[in-house]
Design a protein. Structure first.
Lengths: 134, 134
């Protein structure tokens, strides 16, 4: 089947540098971070503003794409679950989906609150929330 | 910057065949559809079940990746907005994000309600909702 090529549009600058120390969910203490966009995509940022809640899509470049099943939190006593029924970063197409609050927009740099992605993580897309999103 | 390769894990079977006729949001009348997964990913589906609300990620293969700004609904009297502040399918990495309800799971075929993706759209990922998703 045809493969498709993703083009990173920027990257994350965050104090989180190790996967082992990263929170699994934003409410577990994700820090503020910068989204640093490439100059070529400046026009696509027009309309982003402080106070917005947006969806950030990233490429989890440290994930294992061969993983199809996982045990919750590595608990060997529980049965494995298919990765499509989990939020494991290890999955065939490791696209990270993050619900973040925009704190500031400074040219190509966007400050956000509550991002659990690691420093250097490539950014793929930013989308506003739709009514009905959860 | 490094590019990343997506591997489609399946495709959408839907009565929607034309982009012009597709609803913009599920509440505009998106029909039921089948998600047809490749055999290689069967194990990753373990745990998906009828009644679940899941996030489906697709590759919008008919999108224009060079588009950086759009006018809302093609209205020439309104100023253009950056695509990262819109849900336009035309964007540098056209990843579709769909909130769907699982109606049935039959082996590699998963029936869902409320999917606005076109017939043949490649599937990239399925994720459960997290507390705090919107």
């Amino acid at each position: 089947m045809t493969a498709y090529e993703l083009r990173p549009i920027g990257h994350v600058e965050s104090p989180l540098t190790r996967r082992e120390g990263a929170p699994r969910q934003p409410d577990e203490g994700a820090p503020a971070a910068w989204l640093v966009f490439q100059e070529a995509y400046a026009a696509a940022l027009d309309g982003l503003a402080p106070g917005q809640e947006v969806l950030l899509l990233t490429w989890l470049d440290r994930a294992d794409r061969a993983t199809l099943t996982v045990r919750p939190r590595g608990d060997a006593t529980r049965p494995p679950t298919g990765v499509f029924a989990t939020r494991s970063p290890d999955r065939p197409n490791p696209i990270g989906l993050h619900d973040v609050h925009v704190l500031a927009v400074e040219g190509l740099r966007v400050r956000v609150r509550g991002l659990e992605a690691l420093d250097g993580t490539p950014i793929l897309d930013v989308k506003p929330h739709l009514t009905g999103d959860r």
